[in-house]
Ligand binder design. Structure first.
Ligand code: SF4
Length: 251
């Protein structure tokens, strides 16, 4: 992937980001499939169905006297989503006369376990988890370091690190899992979920690297923290190189 292109368009772009191989029509119809869920910063919240639905349920929760940001609201939202999916699946199964036996269930679970193990044992998963932990630790250190008052030029990069410190790793996990599932499909899937997930991870890593660079330029930083940041920058650059190669992100 062209580095200057990446740097130019993605540093200031949050929320939905159009992967270059996804047609604009598809992107604008389903932006939530190509986003980092940072809705407050997303330019497409006005046309995004997921966002609109979330706002509607927020209003419902407030009416019922429930804090929409509470765990109670979150669990209710998740179970509502599962119920909806279950109903749709049951309807389709009835239409297609599909029956699921106990044996099917057991086989499915076995297959899922197998896939989980493959993902967990993948070197890329292991590396991304380690990097995620190192980044979390660094962000904690920076919070303690700037305890008195965070300098204005550090606030935005810190916010970005906070937002993406787990996201990049979650997306790598998903890219690896989807890649395994795509190989099992009889026909080539047109959505390329593995590639899209790897792309979103790659974009978030670009933002992480740039935020780390901005912080490392801060003059009164302790040399030990500076060194930690420089090490992390180099590791994240390597990670993006591997992601680009493995998921064929060149275009
Ligand atoms: S508004 Fe929609 S597309 Fe944008 S970040 Fe939120 S969920 Fe994603």
């Amino acid at each position: 992937m062209n580095v200057s292109f990446l740097n130019k368009i993605f540093i200031s772009q949050f929320g939905a980001i159009n992967p270059p191989w996804i047609h604009k029509e598809v992107f604008y119809k389903l932006p939530f499939n190509f986003c980092d869920r940072w809705c407050e910063r997303c330019n497409l919240s006005g046309i995004c169905r997921v966002y609109q639905k979330e706002k509607e349920s927020e209003k419902k929760f407030i009416k019922q006297g429930i804090d929409p940001k509470s765990t109670e609201a979150m669990l209710f939202h998740i179970s509502e989503g599962f119920e909806e999916t279950k109903k749709l699946l049951e309807k389709d199964m009835k239409r297609l006369k599909i029956k699921i036996t106990k044996e099917d269930n057991m086989n499915f679970e076995k297959e899922e376990d197998k896939k989980d193990k493959l993902v967990e044992n993948d070197e890329l998963t292991k590396i991304s988890k380690k990097l995620c932990l190192s980044l979390v630790k660094l962000v904690e250190d920076l919070h303690y370091y700037f305890l008195e008052e965070t300098p204005i030029e550090i606030k935005e990069p810190l916010k970005i690190l906070n937002y993406y410190m787990s996201f990049f790793s979650v997306k790598i996990h998903r890219a690896i899992l989807s890649n395994i599932e795509e190989k099992e499909m009889k026909y080539e899937d047109t959505t390329f979920d593995s590639k899209n997930s790897a792309f979103l991870s790659c974009v978030s890593i670009v933002k992480i690297i740039n935020s780390l660079k901005t912080i490392s330029n801060f003059k009164s930083l302790h040399p030990k923290i500076s060194q930690k940041i420089l090490n992390l920058i180099s590791l994240f650059e390597n990670l993006n190189f591997v992601l680009k190669e493995r998921f064929n992100l060149e275009y």
